[in-house]
Design a protein around this ligand. Structure first.
Ligand SMILES: [Zn+2]
Length: 202
């Protein structure tokens, strides 16, 4: 830090440059924009961040983000389809492609490919089984990545759901091998969804 630098500003630059897609240079540009718009940006941002910090948490039932001020819609809505994804970014991609409008279940990651089949590795799988049982769900769509970990996870889940007799489908093989849902284009995602096929449990 040089003599001309203000500590508060340097601290803010440091934090902002940790955000995805931003380096120190763009972080500085953002900080400058903020400081030049104290009332329009800094004040509302401070308030909004405080609210997010206080109120936004992950729902323990579906893994989606929820506000502590209201019930998660996995409790308030009726549904008969659940689309299972690895993370929230994947859900946002599918949502914005407009392919699927139903309920989601966010696992919080994938199982490592070498893990024994008995461990769910902290993923939200137990609550998925409960959701299927208590909501008379007709179809579970597995939209995990086309990677070894994604496949392992999808098999583990279909195995865990075997007794519920729910129809389990997997996105079609149009998803390139290793393909992460988050980075697929809308067209590929659309055809993978449309051509999803029932999964075989051995
Ligand atoms: Zn929920």
């Amino acid at each position: 830090m040089t003599n001309n630098n203000v500590k508060e500003i340097e601290d803010l630059v440091k934090i902002i440059s940790k955000l995805p897609g931003l380096g120190p240079k763009s972080a500085r540009r953002i900080v400058l924009k903020l400081i030049n718009n104290r009332d329009e940006l800094v004040k509302p941002l401070t308030n909004t961040l405080a609210q997010v910090y206080k109120n936004v948490t992950k729902c323990k039932n579906c893994g989606n983000l929820k506000s502590n001020n209201s019930n998660c819609n996995c409790f308030t809505k009726k549904y008969d389809q659940i689309c299972v994804v690895e993370n929230i970014a994947d859900m946002w991609v599918i949502e914005s492609a407009g392919i699927y409008k139903g309920q989601y279940h966010i696992l919080g990651g994938t199982l490592p490919s070498f893990e024994s089949k008995n461990s769910n590795n902290g993923l939200l799988i137990e609550s998925l089984i409960n959701r299927v049982k208590t909501n008379s769900v007709k179809e579970v769509i597995l939209a995990t990545s086309a990677s070894i970990e994604g496949e392992t996870t999808s098999h583990y889940i279909s195995d865990s759901l075997k007794d519920t007799k729910v129809k389990i489908t997997r996105l079609a093989k149009g998803v390139p091998v290793g393909g992460e849902i988050e980075f697929l284009d809308d067209g590929t995602l659309f055809s993978a969804f449309k051509n999803r096929a029932p999964i075989k449990v051995d």
